[in-house]
Design a protein around this ligand. Structure first.
Ligand code: SF4
Length: 88
């Protein structure tokens, strides 16, 4: 008698399949890219709940951007705004 063995079916989440740095992007465009990848994750809601509970200090979790344990709408670009705008 022969038995056929199948490899285990393993489905990776987007953050397991891609480079982890994507979820800790420094640029607003990078953050939006990570948030978009999370939209296809079957664990998105659970991930977001866990991140809120742990008060994640930063990064994208469950399709949301975290800063100091809170969800924030978007990442601000680096640096302070100029006190005096440069004339065009
Ligand atoms: S929702 Fe969470 S587990 Fe899913 S890809 Fe995003 S960060 Fe990863």
């Amino acid at each position: 008698m022969t038995t056929t063995t199948h490899p285990p079916i393993q489905r990776l989440t987007p953050c397991q399949a891609e480079e982890p740095e994507i979820w800790f992007a420094e640029t607003p465009a990078g953050v939006e890219y990570a948030k978009a990848l999370c939209q296809s994750c079957p664990f998105q809601e659970m991930c977001l709940d866990g991140a809120l509970e742990r008060r994640e200090p930063w990064g994208v979790w469950g399709g949301e951007l975290f800063d100091s344990g809170r969800v924030i709408p978007r990442k601000r670009p680096r640096g302070r705004p100029r006190k005096h705008p440069i004339p065009a």
